[in-house]
Design a protein around this ligand. Structure first.
Ligand code: SAH
Length: 267
């Protein structure tokens, strides 16, 4: 959506009546009310659902995304997860800054990665992503989409500032099923909530941490941006296959991507 943001006429600066000079707190009250209106556009604006639907329709027109994922994306108000100054761009297919040097993933990348998870052996059979682990909660947008497609979601973020922000964002959008948010180093996964049918990383490392492979249930699938030598970063899909009681992990490499780095430790 590239139309300029329009503010109601009531937000235009009005000439202050004389008596208001004696009531400076009136301006503060007005400014607070205006800020709230600006931060949360409503009515026929970003809250209407139509603008979300247009984003989803544009993705659908590409003909390569899973309908269940598109339906979940149509239900999640992405503008609630970005800074109010960027809300007007929330339904464009673009990554946006979310603070702390991180970005919210592009809608088409979210749709593609969740589609890859749905195409895994267990998810295909079950018609759900099952028990999911997400590494890199960020602002919580993808977590909101996943929680509509999963039986249970655990999402880990290493930056406390973003972990807290995601918690607030997810409370505000009030999902029917809330994800479990963990502040921690996602490279060690979250054994207590596993094993997982689906694992998805929103940050790219040099390799796939062994903890993720160990916590991937038989029949489960993992999707993660990973370094591919001189070819930069690619999406790696790993399936946990069990045959005659023996586990093996089948790896395939997909297109080139550009995600923020998977870092260790918490901040
Ligand atoms: N899915 C997110 C995208 C966030 S960007 C969204 O919808 O907004 C990736 C996130 O991964 C960043 O917030 C970054 O801090 C986080 N990250 C990087 N390394 C991590 C690690 N080892 N454990 C947990 N989170 C990590």
């Amino acid at each position: 959506m590239s139309a300029p943001k329009r503010f109601p006429a009531s937000l235009k600066p009005a000439a202050a009546p004389q008596r208001e000079l004696l009531m400076p707190q009136r301006h503060l009250r007005q400014a607070t009310a205006d800020a709230a209106r600006l931060a949360r556009p409503s009515g026929t604006g970003l809250d209407s659902g139509a603008v979300r639907q247009r984003m989803v329709d544009r993705l659908r027109a590409e003909g390569k995304f899973d309908e269940r994922v598109l339906a979940a994306m149509a239900a999640v108000p992405r503008h609630e997860f970005v800074d109010s100054a960027l809300a007007a761009q929330a339904y464009e297919d673009t990554a946006l800054p979310i603070g702390h040097g991180q970005t919210i993933s592009k809608p088409s990348v979210v749709a593609h990665m969740l589609g890859l998870l749905f195409a895994g052996p267990a998810a295909r059979q079950r018609g759900s992503l099952g028990r999911v682990l997400e590494i890199g909660t960020g602002c919580g947008y993808q977590a909101a989409v996943i929680s509509l497609l999963a039986r249970q979601l655990t999402s880990i973020e290493r930056l406390q500032g973003l972990h807290d922000k995601a918690k607030l964002n997810l409370q505000r959008v009030a999902l029917s099923r809330s994800p479990r948010l963990i502040w921690g180093d996602g490279r060690v996964g979250h054994a207590a909530s596993g094993p997982f049918d689906s694992i998805i990383a929103a940050a790219g490392g040099e390799d796939i941490p062994s903890a993720w492979m160990e916590q991937l249930a038989p029949g489960g699938r993992l999707v993660a941006p990973t370094a591919a030598g001189g070819r930069g970063q690619v999406l790696v899909v790993l399936d946990h296959v069990v045959e005659a009681g023996i586990s093996r992990w089948v790896r395939s490499e997909h297109e080139a991507v550009l995600f923020v780095p998977l870092k260790s430790g918490v901040v």
